[in-house]
Each structure stands twice: as structure tokens, then as C-alpha cells.
Design a protein around this ligand. Structure first.
Ligand code: DC
Length: 646
């Protein structure tokens, strides 16, 4: 499976221009398609769900064009029902395309088949179909009753009177009916059965319908009257607001990571309910400021505290509160979120499972979740699963404030925010790393440890991990060239580093890994790709605030490619052999120079010729030849480079 390892974050500040709102983009496209006249849509969201809608509209005979590679589109409206009367539409996992198209097509007098990905076929649509059948629509379930896929056939539509639709599973059913009813030209009243959830999304629907010339009379949130003779007319040009749900991640970043972080594209006057996420964040203790077209969040001196909140009005952004809660004092309870269960995945179950992987206490119920933060977040190489759900991937990225974090299948963010992780990196400051690579016995370990001590940073002796793997393999009777066997040992390596002490399976290791034999073993197991893979995330976990100095062969090239300071530390092989000889003699271990020289040459050869992560100076690394330098001089050089890049 593809994964992305996020570095731990120290802080966040900056500005982000938000991608367009998914809800507004897909509603606007459909309304423009049904309207009379041409509509210029600016800042349309570029994402998977919008692609599904655009493809469907084209298949239904609606002409649209894109202005170059921009986010500006022109749609030539059909001025009523879709011109193409027979089509098979595949709509992926795009609920915002599936539901409204179902309603519009059911009233269009054609024969259509609508399907999606397997998860789409598990998301209920029965309440909408029931509503449309009251109008005379002919819709059949071709899979399970109550769920897509659907088969729509031409039917005699009987508009007028009252249509009843349930509002307590998904507000998208009501949205779909509202947007489709003007196709009938007859005044029709919709009555909502059960408590309407996600009301702000209905407000978006009504606001956009009104931009396209249809004013719905709303009586509370129970009755909606779509006037007779109403026809959609293009408003000319329409701007898509930034996505308020996408804003939530960045506002939370500002609240957790210091800030200020400013999002541009939504503000005080937004028609999207999710802007009220900012109020929830303020309730947790963040400082929020708003302008017409921007919102800004920063941390307050007192930090964040847990809250109890009815999240009916912000169902999507509420997921961001569940991970913001990791950095608050005390538990956070999010209630009235039953709709999470029928989204891209069962979001209550998924959030609970993944939060527990972080060592957090989670209580889940039918329509609520309670998160009690842990003192220290745990992070596993198995990673956070994302269930093909963009919001799970994005909201869990916040956990990287506590630890390095692996996110599985990160590309699922493409549903609404394809470049989310690049934007995340642009407003966050990762824990800094100084990567020192070089050949055996070059003195890099000594230099790295001293640099770490001088800065008060953590230190990773990555060679020790390979040496420990070789030692553990030897003790388990596994040959050093048995790749799967050694990789399994590396993956489960039970090792604790504490200052100078290293414990393997609870036992002090002492000098057992420093022998020439274990050096050779390490060099052999280090050439096995599966072993390197097994140790990769474990090494990244050493990156913790305030910083890390790592030494090895591939610190700068593979393990920490984003390290600000990279050093290739070396010395001539004769000097290195001499240093190793003196070191051994100093420890009272008998040695002669020739075999050491020979062994170093062989090891250099193996480390630099292997196919994975070979030892070599990368282009962006500073060369530090210590043949003629003292340790103090080498340390000073590295500290100087680190200072100039910070
Ligand atoms: O730095 P050292 O001598 O303790 O390393 C022991 C062996 O481990 C060395 O021969 C190569 C390997 N190694 C590696 O391949 N990658 C690292 N990052 C560190 C060490």
C-alpha cells in the first residue's frame, strides 16, 4: 500500500488559499446545466468528485469548456431537462453528484443507469427514491433495495401537492429534490419528516438556487415551497467560495501550532455552514479573527481545552475537532453525528479505530464520539488507515504535532483537496534534522553525538539499529543473508535507547554490537531492501522536538530527505583505519592495522555498491573531510552549517 510519512511538526503559521468548495462546485455545475443561458464559473474545485459531475454532465449532453488549465469553466445550460435521454453514468464515490443527479434525471423523462464504487452502493438513497416515487418517478434498485445502483425509466411525473422526504439520514436528499423540482414547472411543497440534519447545507442549496433565479419559500426547516413556473436562469458569472470544510484543518493547525494561520476564500459572509467550525475552535480556546473573505486562527496563552458539542450544524468539520482534541486538556465529546455512519465510510467507527492506534482513549456510540487525549501519542509503522475517505486522511495529519506519523493511501485527499499535503508542509514547521552520513569509522558518530549535545537535540545512531538487527539475528539463529527472516527480526526489534544505554529484549547490550564482527554483520543485513524498509519508520520516530541529529549512510538521502542540514563526513581510509585501531587498543582490545584497513575497504565497497540506499555523497550535502581536522573542529563546522540553514 502507498503511504506518506509525515514529519513531526513544531509549529504552524502562514496563509493558505483554499480550493473551491465541493458542495458549492457540484451544486453550481448542476444548476448551470439546467439553467437557460451560459454560466461562467470561477474557482471551481479541481477534484475527483467534481470530475465525476463534469463527466456526467457531458454524457448527458451539456456542453462545457475549461479556460486553459485554470479553474474557470463555462457551462452552456440545457434550459430544462437533460438533452440526452439515455445514459449509463458512473459516479465513483461522489455523493454530491449521485443524489442531485438522481433527482434531476428522474424528472427528465429518459432512461438512465447510475452506479458508483462499492462504497457508494452501501450508502443509502431510499429516502430520496421514496420522495421521487411520490412524484410518479420510475426508479428501480438494481442491487440492494434502498441503495445504488439505480435504473431510472421515463415516467408520467405528477408534480404539485406535497412530497414527504426524510431529513434525518442525509440532507442531500432534500437538496436533490429542491434542485430538481423546478424542472416540473408546478408549485410543489416538500415536507421534511424527522429532524432535518446538516441544515447549513440546505441553506447553501437555497442560496445557490436563488442565484439561479428560483426563490424557494422556506417555513422553518419543515416545509419548503418550490414555486410554479420557476425556471433556472444563468446569473452570468458565479464565483465558487473556498471550501469551509477544508479550511478546518488549517484553522486547527493555527490553534494547535501557535499560528496565526490564515485561510483565504471563506469569511464572515460565507454561505457555508462549516465556517462555524471557527466558533467551535474558539470554544476550545483558540483565538479567531474573521474578515469578509478570510479567517485566521492562533493559539491562546492558555492552550486548548476539551469541549462537549452538538455537531449537527458542522458534520464534516466536526471530524477535525476529533483530532484537534488530541492537543486539548480533558476529553472532547462530539454528539449528534449519526450521519457520519453513512458517509464515505462509517466515520464514527473509523475515527475511533484510528484514534485508538495513537494510544488515545475513545468511546463511541450510535451518534457520538468521546476522545480523551493521551500524554504521549504512539505511532505505529502500520500507519493510519484512511478508508478511501479524504477527511480521515486530512484530519489525522494534525496528529503529527505529537509524533512522526504514517498515513496510508494518502491520495484519497484527491476527492476534495489534491494538493493538501503540499499545502500542509507550506504552513508548518517540521522538527529540524541534521543528517550526517559517511563511511565506517569516519568519526561521524562522535561528531553527531556532540552536535546533538551542543544543541540539546535527540541523537539517532542508525548504524546501531543495523548492528542490533545483526546481533538479534545471530542470537535467533537466523542467517544474515536470510532476507525475510532478518526483516522480520528488524520489524519486531525490541530495543530501548536511554542515554548511553541500549537494551535489547530487556537486556543491556553494552559493547556486544561494537565488535568488528557485528559491524560486518550490520553491513550485510543493511544491504537487504526488506530490512531497510522495516527499519525506516522506526528511524523516523526518533525525530522529536526540539530536533534530531542522525548519523548513518542514508540519513539525508532516504530517511530524512527534507533535513535542512546534510553533511557527508569522511576521511581517508588510512586515517579511518588508524582511528579504529587506536579506539580498539584504547578499549584494551588487541588489534593490528592491516586487517582493519582491509575490512574497512571491503565494507566501504559493500555499503557503496549495494542497490538500495548506497553510501554516497548526495548533491545537497556539505562535504566534511576530517582527515586533518580535530573532533572539535568538525563539530564546529557542522554547527556553523546548521546555524546558517535554520
Ligand atoms: O555506522 P556503523 O558502522 O555503526 O554502521 C554499521 C553498518 O550498518 C554499516 O556497514 C552500514 C550499515 N548502515 C547503513 O546501511 N545505513 C545506515 N543509515 C547506518 C548504517
Amino acid at each position: 500500500m502507498e503511504f506518506l510519512d509525515l514529519p513531526p511538526m513544531l509549529g504552524a503559521a502562514g496563509r493558505v488559499r483554499l480550493p473551491g468548495s465541493k458542495s458549492i462546485s457540484n451544486r453550481t455545475l448542476l444548476l448551470a446545466a439546467l439553467a437557460e443561458g451560459e454560466t461562467d464559473i470561477r474557482d471551481l474545485l479541481a477534484s475527483d468528485d467534481v470530475e465525476r459531475m463534469l463527466d456526467a454532465l457531458r454524457a448527458l449532453g451539456v456542453a462545457w469548456s475549461r479556460e486553459g488549465a485554470s479553474d474557470n469553466y463555462r457551462v452552456r445550460g440545457a434550459g430544462g431537462a437533460f438533452p440526452v435521454k439515455q445514459a449509463d453514468l458512473f459516479l465513483g464515490n461522489a455523493g454530491t453528484a449521485f443524489r442531485p443527479l438522481t433527482a434531476a434525471l428522474a424528472l427528465s423523462g429518459g432512461e438512465y443507469r447510475l452506479s458508483g464504487v462499492p462504497r457508494m452502493h452501501e450508502r443509502p438513497i431510499g429516502d430520496l427514491v421514496d420522495g421521487l416515487r411520490q412524484l410518479g418517478a420510475d426508479i428501480a434498485y438494481t442491487g440492494n433495495a434502498g441503495f445504488p445502483p439505480l435504473h431510472i425509466r421515463p415516467a408520467a411525473i405528477r408534480p404539485g401537492g406535497v412530497v414527504r422526504v426524510r431529513g434525518d439520514v442525509s440532507s442531500q436528499f432534500l437538496t436533490a429534490l429542491l434542485m430538481a423540482l423546478p424542472l416540473t414547472g408546478v408549485e410543489t411543497t416538500i415536507e421534511v419528516v424527522g429532524e432535518l440534519i446538516s441544515k447549513p447545507y440546505i441553506a447553501i442549496t437555497l442560496a445557490l438556487m436563488s442565484r439561479f433565479g428560483v426563490a424557494v419559500r422556506r417555513e422553518g426547516w419543515e416545509r419548503f415551497v418550490v414555486p410554479g413556473g420557476a425556471r433556472y436562469r444563468s446569473p452570468g458569472t458565479i464565483f465558487v467560495e473556498g471550501d469551509a470544510s477544508s479550511a478546518s484543518y488549517f484553522l486547527a493547525l493555527g490553534a494547535i501550532g501557535g499560528g496565526p494561520v490564515r485561510v483565504e476564500g471563506v469569511g464572515r459572509d460565507s454561505i457555508q455552514g462549516d465556517v462555524r467550525f471557527a466558533e467551535a475552535l474558539a470554544q476550545m480556546g483558540a483565538v479567531i479573527e474573521m474578515g469578509d473573505n478570510w479567517i485566521e486562527a492562533k493559539a491562546s496563552a492558555s492552550g486548548l481545552k476539551g469541549i462537549t458539542l452538538d455537531c449537527n450544524h458542522i458534520p464534516d468539520a466536526a471530524m477535525t475537532l476529533a483530532t484537534t482534541a488530541l492537543f486539548a486538556q480533558g476529553p472532547t465529546t462530539l454528539s449528534n453525528i449519526a450521519s457520519w455512519r453513512v458517509k464515505e465510510t462509517d466515520r464514527i467507527a473509523a475515527m475511533a479505530k484510528e484514534l485508538r492506534k495513537l494510544g488515545v482513549e475513545v468511546e463511541e456510540g450510535g451518534d457520538y464520539i468521546r476522545v480523551t487525549p493521551a500524554k504521549v501519542l504512539s505511532s505505529l509503522p502500520e500507519g493510519i488507515d484512511t478508508y478511501d475517505d479524504h477527511r480521515i486522511a486530512m484530519c489525522f495529519s494534525l496528529a503529527a504535532f505529537g509524533t512522526a506519523l504514517r498515513i496510508n493511501d494518502p491520495k484519497c485527499v484527491g476527492k476534495t483537496f489534491p494538493d493538501y499535503f503540499e499545502r500542509l508542509a507550506s504552513v508548518t514547521q517540521a522538527v529540524p534534522v541534521i543528517a550526517i552520513d559517511g563511511p565506517s569509522a569516519s568519526g561521524k558518530g562522535t561528531v553527531a553525538a556532540r552536535v546533538a549535545a551542543a544543541l540539546g537535540w535527540h541523537y539517532l545512531d542508525s548504524g546501531a539499529l543495523y548492528r542490533l538487527t545483526a546481533l538479534a539475528a545471530r542470537r535467533a539463529g537466523v542467517a544474515w543473508d536470510d532476507e525475510p527472516g532478518v526483516a522480520a527480526i528488524a520489524a519486531k526489534l525490541d530495543v530501548v535507547f536511554e542515554g548511553e544505554s541500549i537494551r535489547l529484549a530487556g537486556e543491556e547490550v553494552g559493547e556486544a554490537i561494537r565488535t568488528e564482527e557485528m559491524g560486518t554483520g550490520a553491513s550485510k543485513v543493511a544491504a537487504l531492501p526488506a530490512v531497510r524498509q522495516a527499519l525506516l519508520f522506526r528511524q523516523r520516530l526518533f525525530r522529536r522536538a526540539p530536533g534530531l541529529v542522525g548519523d548513518g549512510r542514508d540519513m539525508g538521502s532516504v530517511v530524512f530527505p527534507d533535513a535542512k542540514t546534510k553533511v557527508f563526513l569522511t576521511a581517508s581510509v588510512e586515517i579511518r583505519a588508524d582511528r579504529r585501531y587506536k579506539q580498539l587498543i584504547g578499549k584494551g582490545i588487541g588489534a593490528t592495522i592491516q586487517p582493519i584497513l582491509q575490512d574497512l575497504r571491503e565494507r566501504d565497497e559493500r555499503d557503496s555498491q549495494r542497490s538500495v540506499a548506497p553510501l554516497r555523497q548526495s548533491e545537497d550535502a556539505e562535504l566534511l573531510d576530517t582527515s586533518a581536522l580535530t573532533i572539535e573542529e568538525a563539530v564546529a563546522r557542522v554547527l556553523g552549517w546548521a546555524k546558517s540553514t535554520s
